[in-house]
Design a protein around this ligand. Structure first.
Ligand SMILES: *Cc1c(COP(=O)(O)O)cnc(C)c1O
Length: 381
């Protein structure tokens, strides 16, 4: 046995190898490397999968966030409210454009933006809310959208970790993550639930006018070649990545079901341990388990547990070890130790286990057994 990995992209590739290899060979044969036919086809197929939205591919998920903020004409000094517990890209795009990130703490159980705290953070300069569908389940979008309507704010969803998840409206209808706000932003980084073999990303919107603006911003500010109406960026998905994404998209729901089944096995076997809190799925969302993230008992030594897991050939990762407001580049006099107690606590206690599209429930059960063994070994007596 070798190390059980966090993700297994190789087995996933072997399953669809013929289609990918053939598609890549066609791209090389046709030499339309940028904006070739597969890019357009993928955008249409993903738009249909998401329930009929326009999809604008771009170079990566961080670019998608930046392009969204540019397309909404956000100006330096405008405030955007986002979660203090997230991947850095969310705040990075805001800060790069000299917009002001206003961080709010998250719900300790769902890891999502807390609408009460969002409400409290809204001020005269607030222009947008940027919910993050962290680890694979949706943020509470209905309360967030209601706040946005009440205060005339944009909503930009960071759905890099939740592609394929469904938001469950109060009336029972479903919307795909990323299609509820003004713009959804996603990433096709290889390890995401829908990943390519390099960098990739996309924006999604129901608003046709906004879609045109996004296309323009992502293409050097031009809609007619060599006519630059505004300062844009160069952010494109290439044809080879689109080939990979087109091959995987029809399997996305199956990939996500496999992840959810593995997570259910983990929950069943780990849920009874007094040393572990298993992830909870909110009643307003399905969960596509980009990560399976435990919260450890405060008295359990996380590093010792990781070492005991490594000794048993089980990978683990900490998403995320340092809160945004403690990162050197994002230090801000408005925020100090204690500003976001839930985030600070989570950063000390979270631990993510292997989860991916190839993880069988049997293998998840084996890993869960090893986790329980490791906990027994390191727990305080
Ligand atoms: C991966 C990720 C991004 C950035 O995507 P890249 O393609 O790596 O730029 C943004 N936000 C979240 C929450 C992510 O997980």
């Amino acid at each position: 046995m070798s190390m059980r990995p966090m993700v297994d992209l190789r087995t996933q590739y072997l399953d669809i190898q013929d289609q990918i290899d053939q598609g890549l060979a066609e791209v090389m044969d046709q030499t339309a490397f940028i904006n070739g036919p597969p890019v357009k086809a993928f955008a249409e197929e993903l738009g249909a999968y998401l329930g009929g939205v326009q999809v604008i591919p771009c170079a990566n998920g961080t670019d998608a966030l930046q392009i969204a903020m540019m397309a909404l004409d956000l100006q330096p000094g405008d405030e955007l409210i986002t979660a203090s517990f997230t991947y850095v890209a969310t705040a990075e795009a805001i800060a790069l454009l000299r917009l002001t990130p206003v961080l709010v703490d998250v719900d300790p159980v769902t890891f999502a933006l807390d609408p009460q705290q969002v409400r409290a953070a809204i001020g005269p300069k607030t222009r947008a809310i940027v919910p993050v569908h962290l680890f694979g389940q949706c943020a509470p979008m209905e309360p967030i959208l209601a706040l946005a309507r009440e205060h005339n704010l944009y909503v930009i969803e960071d759905t890099a970790q939740a592609i394929g998840a469904d938001y469950i409206h109060a009336d029972g209808t479903l919307s795909k993550a990323g299609t509820l706000g003004d713009i959804g932003c996603t990433s096709f980084f290889p390890s995401k639930n829908l990943g390519c073999y390099g960098d990739g990303g996309a924006l999604m919107t129901r608003n046709a006018e906004l879609a045109d603006r996004i296309r323009k911003v992502a293409n050097h500010g031009q809609s007619i070649q060599y006519h630059h109406d505004e300062i844009g960026v160069n952010s494109r998905l290439d044809s080879m990545q689109a080939v990979v994404l087109r091959a995987k998209l029809p399997h996305l729901d199956r990939y996500n079901r496999t992840r959810a089944a593995a997570a259910a096995t983990y929950n069943r076997l780990l849920g009874a341990s007094p040393w572990l809190s298993v992830p909870q799925t909110a009643d307003y969302s399905t969960h596509v388990f980009h990560q399976y993230t435990l919260r450890l008992h405060p008295d359990l030594d996380r590093q010792a547990l990781r070492d005991a897991l490594t000794a048993r050939e089980v990978s683990s990762m900490i998403y995320y070890p340092i809160p945004l407001h403690h990162q050197k580049a994002y230090l801000d006099p408005r925020y100090t130790e204690g500003s976001f107690p839930v985030t600070e606590d989570l950063c000390r206690r979270v631990l993510s286990l292997p989860i991916h599209s190839e993880l069988s429930t049997d293998e998840a059960a084996v890993i869960a057994g090893l986790v329980l063994e490791a906990v027994e070994e390191v727990r305080p007596t």
